[in-house]
Write a protein that binds this ligand. Structure first.
Ligand SMILES: Cc1ncc(COP(=O)(O)O)c(C=O)c1O
Length: 406
C-alpha cells in the first residue's frame, strides 16, 4: 500500500466520482443488491423492465392470444426488429442485424458464408490464436467443410499472415481472457487489402465500447446478448451481414425462416432478401422478448458515455489494486493503453480459483478462468466507482489470507 495515500482517500475519491457520474441513475433500472457485481461480462444483471414484460408475454400474449401473437403481437418479425435495436449499439444502420441462435451457431453461418463469398481458389481461414474456444472449434469444422486450411494467428500478426490464399479472417474484438481490445479498423482494412473477408466476434465489446461496424466496413459479425446487453441467461445471439453483401450471403443453415416465402412451404429453397436471410428456424420468443425489454435501458444512453465510464472504472480499479495489494501478488494481463483495453480487468495470481471463491463469499463477484486468471468485468450501466474500490480492497484482504496460509 502506498505510504502517502491511504485507503480512505480512495473511498473518498470513489464517492466523488460516483457523485458526478452521468450514468449513475441507470443502476436503479437493474435488480441488484449489495453485492459488487463484476461478472456482467459473463451474465449481465436483470433489468427491472424484464419481469413485467415476461409476465405479459407469457400471460397475455401466449396465454390468451396464443397463435395470434405470431402476427398480431409481432413475434414473427422480432428477430429483425430486435436486431435494429442492437444496431446503433454496434454502429450499424438498420436492416443488417438479425437476432437468433447462439453465438457459436452464428459463427458457423458467418464463417462458411464468408468463405463462400470469397474469390475462387482462396483456401485458408485465419483465426485469432487466442480465440474463445467455441469459435476455434467451429472454425475448424467450417474449414473442413469448405476445403480450407485453418491458420491460427495472434491478432497482432494477422496482417503479415494474410495472402492471396486467405478467404476469411475470424477475430475477437476483445479477448475474453485478457480483456485486450483488438484493432478492428486496422485488421479489417488489412483483411480487405488482401482480398479476404473480415468476420468479428463482438461478444465482449458490444454494449461496452463503440464498434463502428458500418464505419469500418466490417463484412460479417456475431455476438451474444447475455453479457453487456443484459438479455438474460442463454438469450439469443445476433448476426450482422453488411448491406451490400446480403444478396451474396449463402447460408450453410438455410432453414425455412430464411426463405423468401416461408409459409409457401415450397420444396425448393429461395433465400429471402435482407437480414432475414440469416435466420434459421423458429425464434426462441421468450428469450427474445426478454432481450427486447432489457434493451430499453439504452434509451438516452450513448455508447461513447459508456466507454468513457468503462475506462475510468478500469483505470480506477487498477489504481486501487496497485495501492492496496502488495507488489508481486497479482499481475494485470489487461493492457494499460486505453486503445487496447476492453471493459474488463484480468489479473493473474497464484491460487486464482481459491481467491475468486473467497471473493464471491465476501460479496465481490467476478470469475475465474483456467489456469490462473481472475476476471473482473465492469458494466458501466450499473457498476460504480465505490464498487471498484471495494473490490480492490476485498481482493487485497483475500490475497493476504491466502498468502498467510501458503
Ligand atoms: C467471445 C465469445 N465467443 C463465443 C461465445 C459462445 O457463445 P454461445 O454460447 O452463445 O455460443 C462466447 C461465450 O461466452 C464468447 O465469450
Amino acid at each position: 500500500m502506498s505510504e502517502t495515500t491511504g485507503p480512505t482517500e480512495y473511498e473518498a475519491r470513489a464517492k466523488k466520482l460516483d457523485a458526478v457520474d452521468e450514468l449513475a441513475a441507470k443502476r436503479a433500472e437493474f435488480v441488484l443488491d449489495e453485492t459488487v457485481y463484476l461478472d456482467g461480462n459473463s451474465l449481465g444483471a436483470l433489468s427491472v423492465a424484464v419481469p413485467g414484460r415476461m409476465a405479459d408475454v407469457v400471460g397475455r400474449q401466449w396465454g390468451e392470444l396464443r397463435i395470434r401473437s405470431w402476427t398480431e403481437g409481432g413475434w414473427w418479425t422480432a428477430p429483425e426488429r430486435i436486431g435494429d435495436l442492437i444496431a446503433p449499439l454496434v454502429g450499424a444502420a438498420p436492416g443488417q442485424i438479425v437476432v437468433g441462435d447462439s453465438t457459436s451457431v452464428n459463427v458457423f453461418k458467418a464463417l462458411v458464408a464468408a468463405v463462400r463469398m470469397a474469390e475462387e481458389g482462396r483456401d485458408e481461414i485465419v483465426v485469432d490464436a487466442g480465440t474463445f474456444p467455441s469459435d476455434g472449434y467451429i472454425a475448424e469444422s467450417a474449414a473442413r467443410m469448405t476445403g480450407c486450411t485453418l491458420r491460427p494467428v495472434e491478432p497482432a500478426e494477422v496482417p503479415g499472415a494474410l495472402s492471396g490464399r486467405t478467404a476469411a479472417v475470424l477475430l475477437n474484438h476483445v479477448d475474453y481472457r485478457t480483456g485486450r481490445l483488438h484493432d478492428l479498423p486496422g485488421l479489417t482494412a488489412a483483411a480487405h487489402a488482401a482480398g479476404a473477408l473480415a468476420v468479428w466476434d463482438l461478444c465482449h465489446s458490444a454494449g461496452a465500447l463503440p464498434v463502428g461496424l458500418d464505419e469500418h466496413g466490417v463484412d460479417l459479425a456475431v455476438g451474444c446478448t447475455y453479457k453487456y446487453l443484459n438479455g438474460g441467461p442463454g438469450s439469443p445471439a445476433y448476426l450482422y451481414v453488411r448491406h451490400d453483401l446480403q444478396d451474396r450471403f449463402d447460408s450453410p443453415l438455410p432453414g425455412w425462416n430464411s426463405h423468401a416465402e416461408p409459409f409457401g412451404m415450397r420444396s425448393a429453397y429461395e433465400p429471402a432478401s435482407g437480414a432475414v436471410r440469416g435466420r434459421v428456424g423458429t425464434p426462441d420468443i421468450l428469450s427474445m422478448l426478454a432481450l427486447e425489454a432489457a434493451l430499453e435501458v439504452w434509451d438516452g444512453v450513448t455508447v461513447e458515455a459508456v466507454r468513457a465510464k468503462s475506462l475510468a472504472l478500469t483505470d480506477f480499479f487498477l489504481e486501487c489494486v496497485d495501492a492496496y495489494v502488495p507488489e508481486g501478488r497479482v499481475r494485470s494481463v489487461t493492457p494499460e493503453a486505453h486503445e487496447e483495453r476492453g471493459s474488463q480487468v484480468a489479473l493473474r495470481c497464484d491460487g486464482a480459483g481459491e481467491v475468486m471463491k473467497r471473493l464471491i463469499e465476501r460479496g465481490v463477484v467476478g470469475d475465474f478462468r483456467h489456469p490462473d486468471v481472475l476476471r473482473f468485468g465492469f458494466t458501466p450501466l450499473y457498476v460504480g466507482f465505490a464498487d471498484a474500490e471495494r473490490a480492490a480492497r476485498v481482493l487485497a484482504e483475500v490475497l493476504d489470507e491466502v498468502h498467510a496460509r501458503s
